[in-house]
Structures are given as C-alpha cells and as structure tokens.
Ligand binder design. Sequence first.
Ligand code: SF4
Length: 401
Amino acid sequence: MVGKVPVGGGAPISVQSMTITKTADVEGTLAQIYALKGAGADIVRCTCNEKEAAEGLARIVPRSPVPIVADIHFHVEMALAALEAGVDCLRLNPGNLRKTEEIKLVARECKDRGVPVRIGVNAGSLDPRLYKKYGGATPEALVESAHIELGLFAEVGFDNVKISVKASNVPLMVEAYRQLSETVDHPLHLGVTEAGPPPAGTIKCTAGIATLLSEGIGDTIRYSLTADPVEEAKAGRVLLEALGLRERTGVDLIACPACGRAEIDVYKVAQEAQAALESRDIPLQVAVMGCVVNGPGEARSADLGIAAGRHRGHLFIRGQIVRVVPEDEMVAALVEEAEKLVEEGVAARLAAADRDAAGEAEKDRRALLDSKGDDANRSEERVEMIAKRLRDALDGDSPAG
Ligand code: SF4
C-alpha cells in the first residue's frame, strides 16, 4: 500500500508522476499535485533534496489528495526527514545511497513506521562497481543492483518494497524488467527514464511500458517526459484505458486521419470537440469523421459521431445517422447530443431519432401532396390557356395561330 493506493497483488495498475515545483513551495506544489490527480495520477512523487523540501512535505502530505512519495538521492538524512514529514513512500536510489549501515537504518525506520520503499535503480546512475563489473549498464547489472538492496533490507527484516529498473534505452529497460520479474515477487514500477519531449518521448515510454504490461509484468507506471507533468499523468491514464486496464472516465475521441475525400478541417473540428467534451467529463467514445461516405460506417462502434458532407454535419449514433446540422453548428450539436446520450441512453436516443425521422417523413409527404395539388392546379390553368389560344387562333385574331 502506498497510502491508500494498493500496488501489486492483482490491484489495478496505478499511474504515477512527479512534481517539478520546488517542494518548499507548498501552495505551488499542491496545485500541481491536484492537476496531476485531475489528469489521472494515483500517486505523486516530490523531491526531498534539502531541509526546506522536507519542511514543505510536512505541510503538503496532510493536504494532498493522493499519496506522496519522497524522492531521495545521496542524503540519508533527507530520507529520515521525509519519514518524519509523514510521506507515504520513499524512493531510494541504490546508485547514489551506497553506505550499507545508512541503508539499513532507513529500512529499519520504514519497517517501524510501516512505510514502503521503492528501490529505484536507474541505468544513468548505476553503482560504479556494477558498471565496472558488467562493462556498462546491462540488464544484469540493473537487476543485481536491485538484489543487493533487497539483501540489505532482508538483513533487517524489511520487505515492504517495490522495484524499478529504468533506462532510457527501451530494449534495455524491457529486458531488465523481464529478468527482474523472473527473480522477485515484489510489485514492479515501470518506466523509461529520461524519455525526452513528446511525441518521441511518449512513444518510447509507451513502447517499453505497454510491451511489459502485455506480458503481465508491472504494477504501477510512470511516463518520464520532458513536458508538463500533467502530460505524463494523462499519457499513463490513456495508455491504461487503451489497454482496457482502467475504466474510461472521460471522453474517448476517435477521429479519422482525413484524406482527399474530407469535406471539413478534421483536425480543427476534432480538437474543438475534444476540448468541449473533455471539460464536461463525458464518458463516451465520440468520432469525428471527414466525410459522410465512409465516416459513419468506419466509426460504427463509436457511441456518437459526426461526419461532414455537402457543408453539413451528419450526426450518427452507433453508425446510424440521426440528425443533420449546418456545418458551423457541428461541434455544438455534437456536445448537445452527447449530453442527451449520457442522460437518456443509446436506445432512447435512437427511438427519439426514429420519431423525428417519422415526423419529417410525414411533413415531406404532406409537402409532396400539396405540391402535387399545385401541379394539378397549374396543369388545369395551362390547359385552359391553351384552349383559349386555340379558340382565338381559329377565330383568326391571334398571331399565335
Ligand atoms: S472518413 Fe472519409 S475523409 Fe475520413 S479518412 Fe475515411 S474516407 Fe477519408
């Protein structure tokens, strides 16, 4: 348990991220923690690198909406201060906290307080002795680093541990986690470290994390992006939703990639729809399709969608067109229909659409009958006019003859 969040043992995969504010800035850090939670983070890590940071943690932890992990490098006294501040978990880096007695001291303290530790091995800060032994940061070296730390913890009877063996190289990280999962039963925290800015960074993280999750390896994940950490939390949440490992809470917008057939600016409409639906937290799969020819069929599985055609938007529910709106009202109509769909359900909305269609058809029928009546009247007038012309012609007083 990290605070109230279970990690491992069949618990749902959790999403983590890390604040980039100074931890001493209590209000700024809390604002970021709330933003991360809003984007999908279950657990948040804050650095505890100085006395002021530990003091900040003591004020942040009681007000945080999610469990807080203190990130510790180099200084054992920062680990102890973070525990004193009441954090829910410590992350220790075995690469730069290497004094045996100090490590055992922290482990004893964590054991007494019931606080878990993440052994956070990192290829970029691997213990130089292991680096030398293996000739570099190999998967074996990363795994051995975790085992050495576990051994020290075992000496004091502490095993409330989760482990990460991160690297920025995806195949290296994947292999290290595979080897680790063969040799330990502890929950694993997955991540591709220092992945860089999106989109490449996001793709690297997804490649590594999704590969392992698909093999049943991993209990908690973090995207390490050179970006607003909200993007990390969002990416982690979206990955779990996409893999069916987390129930979707908001909108899932699907959109066609557009092609020469597209009759609208698909990207613009998709972005506008995403923004409008996201802010309403609507739990539907919504499609934006560039043309009415293929759109509704291609997006048949979407709850709701819109496809453009002849300067109009064709709203469809599960592939069935239910309404046609002017092009400039497409996004507003989509949002309105999404709200009704959430409120009334698919069956009720399709039935309403059928009733509307029946009403329209009746109007059309009446209009047709009226127009036929008009045509009949017009025909009679025309026959009368021709007859009059014939009579006039026969009388010889008209040039029409
Ligand atoms: S829905 Fe229409 S515009 Fe979009 S990719 Fe398919 S064919 Fe092209």
